[in-house]
Design a protein around this ligand. Structure first.
Ligand code: HSE
Length: 428
């Protein structure tokens, strides 16, 4: 880089953007020491220049003209979220050879391949540590520290809102709706919490993690996604009775020649490190052939923690600008395919309410066997109160998703079955 000042354009001044503006302003001196060049925040593109911010930068920095700001910058930090205009703006920067830091998980999970191609073509760097698990360094370890190993599996609690809700249900016995209301009251969940509780936010992160871990180009469309809205206090209590806690896991695992990528509620044994992740914290558990088992833990959201990840990316790419040379392109040589969900193998916990009659359990066990689904444990719990029904819980050995679904369809059609209350995957 010919000059000694790196000009930074910041797009967005929300919760995270404001904290990035603060750090770029207040920490300018130490950033200069770390980078070897001075850093100048030349502007902040926003929709409304008069809006109140968490951190008030110099008023003249705010502008509504994002394109002019991008054109005047060396590096662009995009923290606006959403697909457009973020995609077009990032492409504008990358096509002009300007490196970009983004925290936009939805955009990267949908158009990451296009953005990476634009970066590779112009030699710009595209970095997005803040898009997954907030402050937790996980993308750089996958990309760099573990680059010499073979990753076999990644299990992540990558959404703090849902972890808070499930943790409340586990520790207080709360129903889902009450735990969600509390999460909203505390500011974890949005007014419209759909992306969190339906698993979409975690699914975007899973696509990003799977692409890096398995050197392939996965998108959100490759991720099987189930949220937590159907999890009841009874499910949580039944899991606890069996020594499990229910977590919304993002699972990315090598599966033959493909990769299974899914987000679903999962019964996690209490002894597993992920079981001890409480509140709104995130954690990512990585299994690699040589490193063994690693766990990354910390705050997965919040202005300052997420801004820390943004600044880490910024310092790293700014050092490269000072030294010269192109950015590091994405490694997607393996080009593995996502495994069709029908073929994915897992253990299941199934809750069924049946008529309390002779032969009902035997009949259900027979249907499981006929579909190749082996039962590990079968337990009859107390009835539902009317004296004519029984509540049973079956934990299966490993079975394909297709066989389990066929089994449940036949069981559901039995006259003696009143309700299938839950079907939840079991880890381990
Ligand atoms: N809404 C997310 C969460 C944070 O609850 O973890 C940003 O991805």
């Amino acid at each position: 880089m010919g000059n000694t000042t790196i000009k930074v354009a910041l797009l967005g001044a929300g919760n995270v953007g404001s904290q990035v503006a603060r750090m770029l302003t207040e920490d300018a001196e130490s950033l200069q020491d770390r980078i070897g060049a001075s850093v100048e925040l030349i502007g902040i593109a926003v929709r409304d220049t008069s809006a109140k911010r968490h951190y008030e930068a110099a008023p003249e920095l705010y502008t509504t003209d994002a394109d002019a700001l991008i054109d005047a910058a060396d590096v662009v930090i995009e923290l606006t979220g959403g697909i457009e205009p973020a995609r077009t703006r990032i492409l504008r920067a990358l096509n002009a050879g300007k490196s970009v830091v983004s925290g936009n998980k939805a955009l990267l999970a949908k158009h990451g391949v296009e953005l990476a191609a634009a970066a590779a073509k112009s030699g710009a760097q595209l970095s997005y540590e803040a898009a997954v698990a907030g402050a937790i360094p996980i993308l750089r370890p996958l990309r760099d520290s573990l680059a010499g190993d073979q990753i076999t599996r990644v299990l992540g609690i990558m959404n703090g809102t849902t972890n808070y809700i499930l943790d409340q249900m586990d520790t207080t016995g709360a129903q889902f709706s009450d735990a969600l209301a509390e999460a909203q009251r505390l500011g974890y969940a949005e007014a419209d919490p759909t992306a969190d509780i339906e698993g979409h936010d975690a699914a975007s992160k899973a696509a990003i993690v799977a692409s890096l871990a398995f050197h392939s180009d996965f998108t959100i469309d490759d991720v099987h996604c189930e949220g937590i809205t159907s999890i009841t206090a009874d499910d949580v209590a039944a899991a606890a009775a069996d020594g499990y806690v229910i977590k919304l896991l993002a699972v990315c695992e090598k599966d033959g020649e493909g990769v299974n990528i899914r987000v679903n509620p999962t019964l996690v044994p209490r002894s597993h490190p992920l079981a001890s992740v409480h509140g709104a914290f995130n954690a990512v558990f990585v299994q690699a052939e040589n490193a063994g088992e690693l766990m990354f833990y910390g705050p997965g959201a919040g202005g300052a923690p997420t801004a820390s990840a943004v600044l880490g990316d910024f310092v790293s790419l700014a050092r490269r600008l000072v030294l010269g040379g192109p950015g590091i392109p994405e490694s997607s040589f393996a080009q593995l395919a996502a495994t069709p969900m029908n073929d994915v193998v897992s253990r299941y916990s199934v809750g069924i309410v049946v008529e309390d009659k002779l032969g009902v359990l035997a009949n259900i066990a027979r249907i499981f066997a006929e579909h190749g689904v082996s039962i590990e444990t079968m337990r009859q719990a107390k009835g539902t109160g009317d004296g004519t029904s029984a509540s049973i819980r079956i934990v299966t050995h490993r079975a394909t998703d297709a066989n389990l679904r066929k089994t449940m369809a036949v069981v559901d059609a039995l006259d003696t079955v009143r309700d299938i209350t839950s079907v939840i995957r079991v880890e381990g």
